[in-house]
Design a protein around this ligand. Sequence first.
Ligand code: F6P
Length: 545
Amino acid sequence: MASRTPLTGLAAHAELQGMARTLRGASIEQLFADDPGRAGEFTLEAAGLQLDYSKHLLDREAQAALVALADEAGLGERIPALLDGADINNTENRPALHSLLRASSGGELADKFEEVVAARARMRDYAERLNRGELQGYSGETITDVVNIGIGGSDLGPRLVTEALRPYHGSVNCHYVANVDPADLQDTLQALDPRSTLFIVCSKSFRTEETLTNSLAARDWMLEAGATEADLALHFLAITTNLEAATDFGIATENCLPMWDWVGGRYSVWSAVGLSCAIAVGWERFEQFLAGAEAMDRHFREAPLGANMPVLLSLLEVWYGNFLGAGNHVVLPYDNSLQRLPDFLQQLTMESNGKRVSEDGQALDYSTGPVLWGSAGTMGQHSFHQLLHQGTLLCPADFILPLTSHTGITGSHRRLVANCLAQSRTLMVGRSREAAREALLARGLPEGEAERLAPHLAMPGNRPSSVITMQALTPATLGALLALYEHRTFCSGQLWGINPFDQWGVELGKEIGAEILGRLSGDVGEGKMDPATERLMGVWEQAQG
Ligand code: F6P
C-alpha cells in the first residue's frame, strides 16, 4: 500500500481546525434551532441499526469537511482493500479478513473461504451434537457444561455474545475462564462435574501464559476426578493456529478447530473462537449473528462515505479526539445483557489504535486512539454520570438502546428507555445557573441559600452523544453492532495513518513477566532489575513465610 499523508498534513485538516475553533463554543441546541431538518437528517440506518448523531458539536459544513478528510485520507480505497484481502496489516504482512468469516460467499477469496466453510461445518457439528445431548464424557454422562479457556480476543468476544444472547440459550451452559488468578478457574469449576464438562482451549497462538496455565489446571482437575489420559480427548477441544503446540499439550488433532493468521484475536468471534456462542445459542442463531455482521459489511463497502455508519462514527471519534480535545469515549449500552460491551470494545479499539507511530514507523505528533470506557445503563447513572454531567472532561458518549425487551416486561423497560433518552438529552441541555436558582426557590429555599447552591446545581450541558437504536437485541443486530465498531476502529486507524491490526505493545510486559516469574520461582539467580521491582519481589518472598 502506498504510504499515506499524516492526518495533520491533509488539506481538510486545516479547514477543520478553523471550524473547530467556532464549533467548540457553539451551542448544540442552537444548532437544532438554526437547522430545522437536523433531528431527522442527522440520522442513518444500516443493517437493522439506527444512528442518531444529531446531538453533536457538528454542523453540516463541518460534517462535509470531515467527509472530505476521509476522502482525502483514501478511505474510499482502503475500505475495499480491507474487505478484498489486501495486506492491510503491513507490519505482519497479511490481510485482516474478519469480514470473510461472516461472508456468505468468497468471491476472489475462494481458497480461504473454503477453509472458513469447512470450519463452520465442524462448529455446526459440535454445536448441534452438544445441544442434542449426543456428546458424552469419560463415564458416559452427557456433556452439559462447556468452559471456554482463553483471554483477550479469545475470551471477550465469545463471552459478550453468549451473555448478550441469553434469551436464545439452549440446554448447554457455557462458562468463561480467562484470568491466571487461580480463583477464576476454581470459582467456575466449583459448580461443575468433570464427567459432564467440556473444555475449549481457545488461543490463536497457543502460547498465552494465562490460557496454558488454566488449561493445565483443568486437565489436572479432570485426571484427579478419575479420567485417564486417553479420556481427555472427550473433554478437550482447541481453537488455534498452532496445531503443533495444541497436540503437544495433549489435544488430539481431530479435536482442534482452525484459526488463521489473517484474523486478529480481537476480530475473531466470527470464527471457531465463537464456538462456545454457537453452542450456547444453537447454530441457526449463530448464523444469524454472522448474517447481521455481513449486512454491516455490505453497507460499509457500498454506502458513500458521507452516509456510511462506521465512517461517520469514526469521523466523530477523530473530530472530538483531534480537533476538540477529548481523550476518551464513553459507551453506554442501555441493556443489561450488553454490560460486557465496553470490555470488548476496550480491547477492540485500544489494542487496535493505541499506537504512537504511523504505518511507516514515523512518530506521530497528534493523538490516536482515545481511552474507551463505560458500563450498562442505568448503573452508571448512579456512579460516574456525575462526571459526565458536571466534570471538566469532555466525554463524547454512545448510547446503545434496543427498543424492545426480551423479558416482555414493558413497564421496567419503558423506564430504561426513558432513562437513556433523558441522559442523552440532559447532557445536551444542561441547566443554567438561573434555572437552578429558580428550582431551589420553588423547593422553598430562602433566596440566599438558593443563590449559594445554584452554582452546584447548574450544569453546562452542550455535551455530545450519539444514540444507536435497534428494534431488539437479536443475533443479527448484535452481529451488526460489533461489525459496526470493528469498521469504525479500522477507519479511525486509517485516518490516523496507523496499523490497527498489530499489538506489539503487549510483548515486552510478557517478557518481563517471564523474567520475574523465573526470579519468584527461584529458577534463576539474582538479576538486576530496577530497585523498586527488586524491593517488591523481596516483599513477596517475605510474605510467603
Ligand atoms: O496479549 C495480547 C493478545 O495477544 C491479544 O491480542 C489476544 O487476543 C490475546 O493476547 C490472546 O491471545 P491468544 O488467542 O493467542 O491466546
